[in-house]
Design a binder for this molecule. Sequence first.
Ligand code: GLP
Length: 248
Amino acid sequence: MRIIFTDTYKKMSEEAAKIIAGQLWIKPNSVLGLATGSTPVELYQNLVWLYKTVGLDFSQATSFNLDEYVGLAEDDPQSYHRFMHENLFDHVNIRKDHVFFPNGLTADSVAEGERYEATITAAGGIDMQLLGIGRNAHIGFNEPANAFTRMTHKVALKESTIAANARFFASQDDVPREAMSMGIGTIFRARHIVLLASGAEKAEAVRDAVMGAITPTVPASILQLHPSVTLIVDQEAGTLLKAEKSDS
Ligand code: GLP
């Protein structure tokens, strides 16, 4: 795993934009795996800026989002579908028929998981997967569990995740209790992975993911086994990595 230490959220977002833009420059028809949450917001702003100023081209790109809440319509203000349109897709030249999400309104989550996996495979697999990390080290919506999940599936969200994500909703009661998420296997099959972490509340999750045991109770720890991961941390999220480094 390559780790890029940055001082600020702004710098973290710039480093991430360089990597995603580099991927698109080298391979304009890249298949990107994209993430939601507050962490990638400024990265997306940087990509929009690069599109507008120097013509970063998304016209041949395809994207697959990590996850979507169960029960929210595509146009719901809190849906991840809407988030991606507002933060990226509506501002760049990606084709609207080249953006994919798991369907959170499906009546058959198993069939939906299979459909999503087949769509990713038909697109040639994910070239570069962007990830944030939850405070409990979840990636996508893969919560701490007894086993790593292989495929896109329906998950029950942990209370801690519901509480953490309540800031985007009118009240905690409004946060959906379930989501459709790429599995750990889906994420792992990406050719490159870029993991972003910002803020002190992510420092323990980052330390456990990078330096702890590889275990499904720390979902992001599986990334230690992936051949091409770049972790970009800001000063606060990287604090415990640096503390361990200087102790050893
Ligand atoms: C949600 C998303 C994750 C994201 C995580 C952290 O649970 N499903 O993909 O990484 O939140 O979000 P934030 O970046 O807002 O801390």
